[in-house]
Ligand binder design. Structure first.
Ligand code: HEC
Length: 168
């Protein structure tokens, strides 16, 4: 028992050390990869509220043994909406992380005032959506998806255009 305790403590220390290292580390993905991983799926979970009421029981579990099928039902309903709002509200430091590049190799234009403003607008939209989701206010969440989509679109209109993507 004693040695199990020590093993667990060492494991916690090793994992803790790894987390510290990762926090100071270089960015891992380019901005497009971060957006595909975090912004795209989570904003779609919010947009889904327009067509599916998170307060309704989810459809019967689908058959399947894939990891996605097995875990898809663990977090349900409003909790999923809250989590998606948190992901978007917390993502600003990832957009602004020093040293990250865009897919074309240019640095992410974090020095531009409008870029910063739109990154912040997404944080604000995420926070407001979280508040509405905690109140289980579907109409308010639907209304706020305009702010979420607006922040994505404003920034993309200037900085995601194919020809001059991530211009400084
Ligand atoms: C502050 C600016 C900004 C905001 C806000 C923003 N994006 Fe982006 N997004 C970009 C830029 C710039 C790129 C291009 C990155 C690259 O080329 O590496 C991009 C790329 C993407 C891509 C990858 C496109 C591809 O080529 O496959 C997706 C998907 C995406 N964004 C989704 C979103 C969504 C959804 C939101 C809102 C929830 C959002 N973004 C908010 C600036 C932004």
């Amino acid at each position: 028992m004693r040695s199990l305790g020590i093993t667990i403590i060492s494991l916690v220390m090793i994992l803790g050390g790894a987390a510290l290292l990762a926090a100071e580390d270089e960015p891992i993905g380019n901005l497009a990869e971060v957006m595909r991983a975090i912004h795209f799926p989570n904003s779609n979970l919010l947009f889904d509220v327009q067509t599916a009421d998170p307060g309704e029981p989810p459809p019967a579990d689908e058959e399947g043994t894939s990891t996605t099928a097995m875990f898809s039902g663990i977090y349900k309903g409003w909790q999923v909406v809250e989590q998606a709002a948190i992901a978007l509200a917390e993502a600003e430091p990832l957009i602004m992380l020093e040293g990250r590049k865009c897919e074309n190799g240019k640095p992410v234009p974090t020095g531009q005032e409008d870029f910063k403003r739109w990154a912040r607008a997404l944080t604000d939209a995420g926070k407001a959506t979280l508040e509405a989701a905690r109140k289980k206010d579907r109409d308010a969440v639907i209304e706020l998806t305009n702010n979420v989509a607006g922040a994505c679109e404003d920034c993309h209109t200037k900085y995601r255009r194919y020809q001059d993507r991530c211009r400084q």
